[in-house]
Write a protein that binds this ligand. Sequence first.
Ligand SMILES: Cc1ncc(COP(=O)(O)O)c(C=O)c1O
Length: 390
Amino acid sequence: MFREKLKREIEIIKSNGLYRFLREKRDNILDFSSNDYLCLSKHPEVIEAVKEGLKYGVGSTGSRLTSGNINHQRLEEKIAEFKETERALVYSSGYATNVGVISALCKKGDLILSDKLNHASIIDGCRLSKADVLIYNHCDVEHLANLIEENWKKYNNLFIITDGVFSMDGDVAPLRDLKKIADEFNAILIIDDAHGTGVLGDGKGTLKHFNLKPSDNIIQIGTLSKAIGGLGGFVCGIDEVVEYLINTSRSFIYSTALPPHVVEGCIKAFEIIERGDVVKELQKNIKIANGIFKKNGFIKENNLTPIYPFIFKEKTMLIAEHLIKNNIFCVGIRYPTVPKGLERIRVSINVSHKKEDFELLCEKIKDIYQNHLNQTTNNPYPLYSRLFSQ
Ligand SMILES: Cc1ncc(COP(=O)(O)O)c(C=O)c1O
């Protein structure tokens, strides 16, 4: 009965063109899908550090509060030093961090103001919290200010929550303005810098990119699974925030701590980022990709980050499939991850990519478009006019 019900629901997902499935990642495929922007997941020094960490065993064997720290505190001290905050706390994933931090800090009688394009883990954290939630239009500081002005008197605490770098668009939150509003209304600004850490501000993140200093009303969240190349998440800020989370944050308290070898690899990854070369390499590659993607008509403005949304709308999944057949791995992103009508191929670049890789990607997309998707029109690139009219 239940099986039949699920089968019917899966058929509905399929008929809506939203079916998801898991596929193997082939060796030697040209990969534009990974968040390993600095390629630290395969860095020899990181691998060595991970091997060294295995001396503690494969698993941490329990929650931090029950089984204690192994090397976790060393990683937290490293993150706090790196982010120039009083303290940091590590979780088992970025998802667990957002859900655990937001649900613990934002309570009944509080108001959360959340950017419309915030990551799903922020949305889920908001849903789990007992606070009221208002969504402001994407990066729209004026809309945010209006919502706060209309509502702040009714609430105990205000929280403004934003991605630092937006995961599906690669654009950067207007942190300077958000901080100004937070200061004016005595609000807490929570920044999920999952895609800014290791990328912007000499790798230190989006706050540093804007030359803003950590302060009592800023909480930074991050993940260890993107530019850091490992697994896990973290929150950093003032001492009392961390102390409070250790006591109340359910995804921290009731979940097994990160495996110690992963912790060791992450500590090494931060050390490599601090040396600076690898972040400069990434920035160099972003400039090269900007030039090529612009010349080919796939972007209008230069990107600051390695995430490029190529918006192909209803053609997205067909293009992604053809790219895979051509040995290029890019993911097609659909609703509900992105809004309907803005389906896209999310191209994420990293330090291993060469100029020729970007050129090949553009060439293959044009090729696919002309040979497989464009039989009904004489215009060779109707796609681009649609892109530019967005
Ligand atoms: C903005 C943002 N926050 C949080 C997460 C979750 O991080 P993790 O993959 O470490 O759970 C992601 C990952 O997709 C993300 O893009």
